[in-house]
Design a protein around this ligand. Structure first.
Ligand code: SF4
Length: 274
């Protein structure tokens, strides 16, 4: 680990518990590099996570952190942000945590456009709890709960976020590391609810069941099956079939929840309220 980044980690909590080849560490590495790039004050930055492999990250990061109940990271983060709008509040969550157990919280946090940054580690499966399929598992994939291939359609979490009201939406991968750093930095800088889907390899719980090869093979898949927003904009729809578009997908300026809430307080108290 680069010496200057060590200050962002609780070194006494390492090594981490992730499997060899897991992409989670790359996403966390991108996050701390984004925080470093922005020069955020660690005392004004809080990390909130749910439950799952990715949500273990909060325990390794040297900030004020909360490792919450399954699916509830956004509820804790919403409460914290309302109480302390001056803080940078970053939520780390997995695909199952964010879109199944926490799905309702996700859409309503987006609808409110509250100033939180949510990084969804999309490894396509419930890794920690046994390899069950999640709402982001691709159709026909095998999981412990679908040994013959499951038949549900997955969410596109970026479309879900945008339709629900998020004002910044992006997608990156652990193969495109530098771009992922920049996307996370832009998301943190954005005032409003921002979502970054980080596609990450889970060679153990997802890769093995679906015979996707080892960790480098899964990274290669990310390289070969993604296309940048810019390149995608020049191609007809039929040539984009099967490709995953990465980069900044959506951004708008919109009223932010804690600022609007403060306006109500000011109106009711004549500007003297807290
Ligand atoms: S089960 Fe998958 S996501 Fe979880 S630590 Fe192992 S490789 Fe990573």
């Amino acid at each position: 680990m680069k010496e200057t980044l060590k200050k962002y980690f609780r070194m006494n909590r390492l090594p981490h518990i992730w499997c060899p080849g897991c992409g989670n560490g790359i996403v966390v590495g991108a996050l701390v590099r984004a925080i470093d790039k922005l020069g955020l004050n660690p005392d004004k930055t809080s990390i909130i996570s749910g439950i799952g492999c990715s949500s273990r990250s909060s325990g390794y990061l040297n900030f004020d952190t909360v490792h919450t109940a399954h699916g509830r990271a956004l509820t804790f983060a919403t409460g914290l942000k309302l109480a302390r709008p001056d803080l940078n509040v970053i939520v780390l969550t997995g695909d199952g945590d964010a879109t199944a157990i926490g799905g309702n919280h996700f859409i309503h946090a987006a609808r409110r456009n509250i100033d939180l940054t949510t990084i969804v580690f999309n490894n396509n499966i419930y890794g920690m709890t046994g390899g069950q399929y999640s709402p982001l598992t691709p159709t026909h994939s095998k999981a412990t709960t679908s040994p013959y291939g499951h038949i549900e359609n997955p969410f596109d979490i970026t479309e879900l976020a945008r339709a629900s009201g998020a004002s910044y939406v992006a997608r990156g991968t652990t193969y495109h590391t530098w771009e992922l750093i920049n996307l996370i930095a832009d998301a943190i800088s954005h005032k409003g609810f921002s979502v970054v889907e980080a596609i990450t390899a889970c060679p153990i719980s997802f890769g093995r069941q679906n015979k996707l090869g080892n960790a480098p093979a899964m990274m290669k898949w990310q390289k070969e099956n993604t296309i940048s927003v810019k390149a995608a904009s020049k191609l007809p729809a039929e040539q984009l079939a099967g490709k995953v578009v990465i980069g900044e997908l959506y951004r708008r300026q919109a009223p932010e929840y804690t600022a609007e809430y403060q306006k109500v307080i000011d109106r009711v108290t004549g500007g003297n309220g807290q």
